[in-house]
Design a protein around this ligand. Structure first.
Ligand code: ADP
Length: 383
């Protein structure tokens, strides 16, 4: 099929920052795009060919949108999967598939999938209601501590809570959840796997999330991860095994825990471009967004090697600031070597809202890490 400068239409469900960065690539290739998002101020609005405002969870809205395009993809998992299934029956190509999305959308079915495929993940139990957790604790069937996760609609840690005492269960949503073994991990790693429908597969280098020592928040994504060659190879192997089990098309970001005794456990996957791959825009031969496009259009996959060491710092809204956003000291960080800010285009900041990110590239990863810390200490997202 001719995608370039043609009548071909790629539909994208979700018009947030991931969609916006994907659209930089469709613009580069002159591929037509239609975007559906609930917000009239979606970051993707300015870069697509046609924008549709509507509810991503509504069957008719998603179905009617999908009927107008040739290939449909998404940048967010919370979309109406029944509509995707019907579109597939109607002959629209949906990548990643509705089947995989259905498994991934629910953390319990996702974990069961790893068990069924003999893939390593932490032990867990599934509960239909929060009250069943309380019962399980009182009758000795479940031991503290554990990690509570709501099975659906969590994002960026909103559906996750460490439960150390019974008090920690107060005020949690009452619905379906899992209780996961608390993993004593050394670090969190991620591997992005790209696969097209012809079955070509490529993996990006393993990245590492460096946490703030007190706030327990990811501060830096570091590429390549500072781990031994043999652990990196093992992480790639696990990610490839996950990719094979899903038989997915598009990108699959596989998040892993590296435990204190060097075991790798799958935390979860995202079937789309991912926060752990943003540094690929500046640091890699092929950015994750171009790669996602190549994969869903069954084009040859691009080289995944890095040109330089890359570090990504998220720009989140500072605490105590809500309102029209100001990027304080952005000029100062732009004077630093190898620093590129990405501003997502959200006009309003809120505490911890993801507003942008900054990439730092350098031939020397230690130097990049030092500059990343200066970036982190200089720029502030305020109002
Ligand atoms: P989300 O889907 O919101 O990103 P995750 O399942 O990735 O949620 O969990 C968010 C964070 O919580 C992880 O990055 C990790 O730091 C921590 N976490 C999640 N599960 C566990 C676990 N079983 N043991 C220890 N920490 C965990």
């Amino acid at each position: 099929m001719n995608y370039f400068s043609s009548e071909f239409k790629l539909g994208i469900l979700g018009g947030g920052q991931l969609g916006k960065m994907l659209l930089n690539e469709t613009r580069k290739f002159d591929i037509q795009t239609y975007v559906l998002d609930p917000s009239a101020e979606a970051p993707s609005k300015i870069a697509c060919n046609r924008f549709f405002q509507g509810d991503l969870m509504d069957f008719d809205t998603v179905y009617n949108f999908g009927k107008q395009v040739d290939v449909l993809t998404f940048e967010i998992e919370n979309v109406n999967v029944d509509a995707l299934e019907k579109l597939e029956h109607d002959g629209i190509k949906v990548y990643p598939s509705s089947k995989n999305l259905r498994t991934i959308q629910n953390k319990a079915t996702q974990k069961l999938f790893y068990l069924d495929h003999n893939l390593p993940t932490s032990a867990f139990s599934r509960f239909a209601y929060l009250s069943e957790i309380e019962d399980a604790i009182s009758n000795g069937g479940l031991k503290l501590p554990f990690v509570w996760k709501c099975t659906q609609f969590g994002y960026d840690g909103t559906g996750v809570k460490m439960v150390r005492t019974l008090h920690d269960l107060e005020n949690l949503p009452k619905g379906e959840c899992i209780a996961e073994e608390l993993v004593d991990f050394k670090t969190e790693l991620a591997v992005i796997v790209a696969r097209n429908s012809a079955g070509d597969v490529k993996t990006y280098p393993v990245v590492e999330m460096e946490f703030h020592p007190e706030a327990n928040q990811v501060e830096y994504v570091i590429c390549p991860a500072r781990i031994t060659e043999s652990i990196a190879q093992k992480a790639q192997e696990v990610a490839l095994a996950v990719s094979k089990a899903y038989n997915h098309v598009g990108l699959l970001a596989v998040e892993l825990f590296l435990t204190k005794n060097d075991t790798l456990l799958i935390n979860e996957v995202a079937p789309r471009p991912h926060n752990s791959g943003h540094q690929t825009i500046e640091a890699s031969y092929t950015s994750q967004f171009e790669q996602h496009l190549r994969a869903v259009l069954n084009l040859p996959l691009g080289e995944t090697k890095s040109k330089l060491g890359g570090i990504m710092v998220n720009l989140v809204g500072a605490e105590n600031y809500t309102g029209d956003v100001v990027y304080e000291n952005i000029e100062k960080i732009m004077e630093m070597e190898g620093v590129t800010p990405h501003i997502y285009g959200k006009k309003q900041t809120r505490p911890f809202r993801k507003m942008g990110h900054v990439t730092i590239v350098n031939e020397n990863l230690d130097t990049a890490r030092q500059i990343a810390e200066q970036v982190k200490n200089t720029i502030r997202v305020i109002s």
